[in-house]
Design a protein around this ligand. Sequence first.
Ligand code: CA
Ligand code: CA
Ligand code: CA
Ligand code: CA
Length: 438
Amino acid sequence: MANGRFDFTWFYVATAQCLRDSPTASPATGSYWVDMAKGSRARRSPWIGPVLLLTTASCGRIGFEPFASGGDGGTDGGDGGGDAVDAMACADPLMFAPQVSYPSGNSPTAVAVGNLDGTPGPDIVSANVLGANVVVRRNNGDGTFGPATGYPTGSQPIAVAIADVDQLLGPDLVVANQASDTISVLLNLGNGTFAPQVTYPAGGLDPYAVAIGKLNADAALDLAVVNYGSNTVSVLLNNGNGTFAAAVTYPTGMQPLSVAISPFDGGGSRDLVVANYASNTVSVLLNSGDGTFGGQMIYAIGSSPWSVGAADLDGDTLPDVVATNSGDATASVLINTGAGAFAPQVTYPTGANPHGLAIADLDLDGTRDVVVGNAAAATAGVLLNSGGAVFAAQLPFATETNPNGVAIADLNNDVAPDLVVANATTGTISVLIAICLP
Ligand SMILES: [Ca+2]
Ligand SMILES: [Ca+2]
Ligand SMILES: [Ca+2]
Ligand SMILES: [Ca+2]
């Protein structure tokens, strides 16, 4: 079987073990997909695209079922026409390979993804709330991950974010320690390993989430932290070298659980949005331009909001807001109407108990989509943006037990964004690779 253009309607589903075996792609580069449920057919797909082969034999049958063959598979698929196909074609409806999970410490509740070691492929870090550590797994370059390395944090680390806060040696880790009321900063030593934590008072009780972004005029990245026990958001400005000034706090709603940073009013400075668990609201705080913030503007959302994110969803360049409502199994979308004001929420059903949230163009159609971690449903729920910030019905994909944090990144370097989920109860991270072809 050679690379070529294939018309096919069926493909095979890989087993988790097969993916875990990390087969090596045949000489051509790009995306790949492996079967190997030994002939079990999966879902109908209308893709047209070239097929790449894998050289591994251990997975058994390899390749896509060509449409023309009528169906019983084999490794000789396709007409071998070899027509060039420039655009990435993803499964329609969007699909991910079955999850591959990796142990990731005691009760990972949050996960972040970034290229920590400079080698191909983003790496993964989880915050392990009962483990008092973060665990890093580095990408082997193909969407599989190497050994776990743990780094101590404060007590009950419940959130983690990745960014280069000292502008040296690659992306660093920032952790919110709920029980210590601190923020830990772990600086990258340049190879994806990290110096021992440096801690800062969070500025309030029970810091539950942290976001990183430029909040004042200098180039260094600053921190925003929500304090669940104090009903505040803290801003910690970067001193310019990856150390942080004392927290300055601003009132939020009741029991803020999540925070995101985005330039909501179209100005040059970045603003804050906070999800208030006990108030069933989001608070928007506009930046005065110097890293100080005005009073909150409050918008009603669903029940017991857990996570909030910001990105332009309707294509007008103004960032919009998405939140997960853990109490009523919905996601709220609030469209920015300009000047940092928002239209009333539109809600979309999710699975039970949606917690984590991430935003990216998952199906590569130019619109930003949403993935949520449905904690009580053991699924990652994908809501595809049909355009104009109208979302299609959730597509659920199986995870392990109690998925909380979710993140999106292209893990296997095929352009198509993949999913990472932190499964708090099973103590694992799940990797779900998008099924797309170059
Ligand atoms: Ca750094
Ligand atoms: Ca918008
Ligand atoms: Ca999209
Ligand atoms: Ca990918």
